[in-house]
Design a protein around this ligand. Sequence first.
Ligand SMILES: Cc1cc2nc3c(=O)[nH]c(=O)nc-3n(C[C@H](O)[C@H](O)[C@H](O)COP(=O)(O)O)c2cc1C
Length: 366
Amino acid sequence: MNVNSLFQPFSLKSLHLKNRIVMAPMTRSFSPNGIPGDNVAAYYQRRAAGEVGLILSEGTVIDRPSSSYDPNIPHFYGEQALKGWEKTINDVHAAGGSMGPQIWHQGIMGKYHTGWLPPAPFEGPSGILKPGETNGKAMTDADIADVIAAFGKAAADAKRLGFDCVELHGAHGYLIDQFFYEVTNARTDKYNGKTVAERSLFATEVIKEVRRQVGEDFAIIIRLSQWKPLDYTHKMAKTPEEMGAWLNLLADAGIDIFHCSQRRFWEPEFEGSDLNFAGWAKKLTGKPTITVGSVGLSGDFLSAFAGESSEPSSLDELLRRYDRGDFDLVAVGRPILADPEWVKKIKNGRTSELKGFSKEALAQLL
Ligand SMILES: Cc1cc2nc3c(=O)[nH]c(=O)nc-3n(C[C@H](O)[C@H](O)[C@H](O)COP(=O)(O)O)c2cc1C
């Protein structure tokens, strides 16, 4: 397989990447009391030394009392946490890498396995955890304004600390996605509507504030998923027209790059075409896109949480789509979590050294 096309540079605004491979954001919960330590900085620096083009951090939460349900998820606020992130980006740059934090608010959550709870009730569009079950409060207009300001502050801090871009976590059933998703958004105000485009006001307000804080030249990525933890086959946008209306609102608000989360990148988004989510997002908005989902592995990431192992698999289908121009960047999760040298091995054809993925890799910062 000829992977040369993945090793072409990519530039957009503040982003100047040496290749097209992105480390997908992956929560590691190795930051006690929300403070990323030297071990976290070293973990990301190893990926930079391993020639990952763009490192996206694990989800790191904004300054709201209940933005996280796990005390070991890193904060992106407070002097100590930001010092840890400053060391991280300096170490990543020293190793020749580029990085952006994934800025996150988890919204309405269930109970963390240790029983730990944040100091305030969870907050979300309607307090809905799943159909028939609430856990937390519906955000007031004042809460919404404060959350938007906290997203903006985090993005401004990302730029000030020297990060190359910022990614907003708008996927996987967390706060921004809870507004997009008709099951968790039961509001009766302007933040709700019949279509996903009509439920995008909260997201566009967040994006506009982030843009205002970072200026025109700083790249803003948003991660989106049609799938939900409550329903892996869900489609909020059921047609290309609905998807175009949704994504173009986000682009107009200030998004530069769409990070289109799928469990398996080769699955078509709509009938009648083999284009995947990233392929459609690029076609409908003209913006660069990132694809993700089981690149180089035989099983998807949810099977990994269930304890199943995955074996290395061919990149041929990925390359076919990439070379056709479907997307600009390729995010890789578990392979890079388990092996900081994964990108170098792909680049240099060291395929016999590629490892599979088993969930033991989650237990430490390799
Ligand atoms: C341990 C782990 C933690 C994850 N945490 C996040 C996260 O914080 N934010 C996010 O957007 N996705 C998260 N994901 C999803 C990954 O970014 C990625 O989309 C998924 O693993 C599919 O890519 P892969 O098949 O290459 O692993 C996580 C996945 C794993 C395995």
